[in-house]
Write a protein that binds this ligand. Sequence first.
Ligand code: AHG
Ligand code: MN
Ligand code: MN
Length: 341
Amino acid sequence: MTKEHLGLPVGTTLDRFIKRKQDDFPYATGELSQLLRDIALAGKIINREISRSGLLNIGGAFGATNVQGEEQQKLDVIADIRFTRALKNGGEVCAIISEEEEEIIDLDNPKGRYIVAMDPLDGSSNIDVNVSIGTIFSIYRRKSPVGGPISKEDVLQAGTEQVAAGYLLYGSSTMLVYTTGHGVYGFTYEASLGEFFLSHQDIKMPEDGKIYSINEGSYCSFEPAVKEYIDYCKENEYSARYIGSLVADFHRNLLKGGIYIYPCTSKAPNGKLRLLYECNALAFIAEQAGGCATNGYGRVLEIQPTELHQRCPFFIGSKKMVQMASDLMKKQEQETAAGTV
Ligand code: AHG
Ligand code: MN
Ligand code: MN
């Protein structure tokens, strides 16, 4: 898709951009457009809470753990409430799957056609130390009839079924990056005007890169193929960059080229990241930008989920880097099967 095709220059407001994209699809009802606006609004509200968190008493632990036994931060809970409220009020979403909630949240919106899976605050261990954090979201169309009860098939859809996905990055500037399957676009928030403006047109990830992002503190428990790949990165003097906020690490690699890996470790035997509300959204964006995302063996987007909070080993980034790491994983699998290692 060329810039000319869209005819929308850098500086276009998000609202205008969404409206123009909708006009490209004559039968679109406008509901997805409205949903994207609801998400942008929730993002603005969370951005405001985060930027004031040092002044208000909303830093630190909330005093509870989520379904995965992780300590919730106050801002995790605030972001979850803010997003849920914005989506409930919008009316287009019938159900939410959230990192912070054990069960499906039925929003009781009788006309809602969409399901949203979200990580309301990603990288929450970085909140109190002023390091970039984010929000991740995936949007699906419900399978069951509108107005009826939500079924498991509605929420356990493969990533290939996403109609849109994106993230908000609360960093040195706040950005919204999203795709509806027609390229990836980035918008930067101008707080004094309360608007997101198109700043990154049709983002393409470099095919190859020299940045690797992995928590190397767990090196000793990585599988041999992951160790081999990391050793290769070091032998070739790649740069190690690991923020500890998936969104921020991914965003940097998206723009500069690189690979992010969260493999199986002794602490996280199936990887740490969650398929439905972390991996799938970023995998969709990576592929739309010309990159690649696997679980080491196959395409993340094709995994059929069986559980809401399912985890998944994650290799995402520049195509050539992810391919090389995945080739090593497959070679290791074959050697293990043949009993040669
Ligand atoms: P969350 O804050 O939503 O629980 O996600 C944290 C994730 C991810 O953002 C990050 O890349 C990873 O956990 C860091 O984990 P380690 O500290 O184990 O490296
Ligand atoms: Mn997360
Ligand atoms: Mn989170």
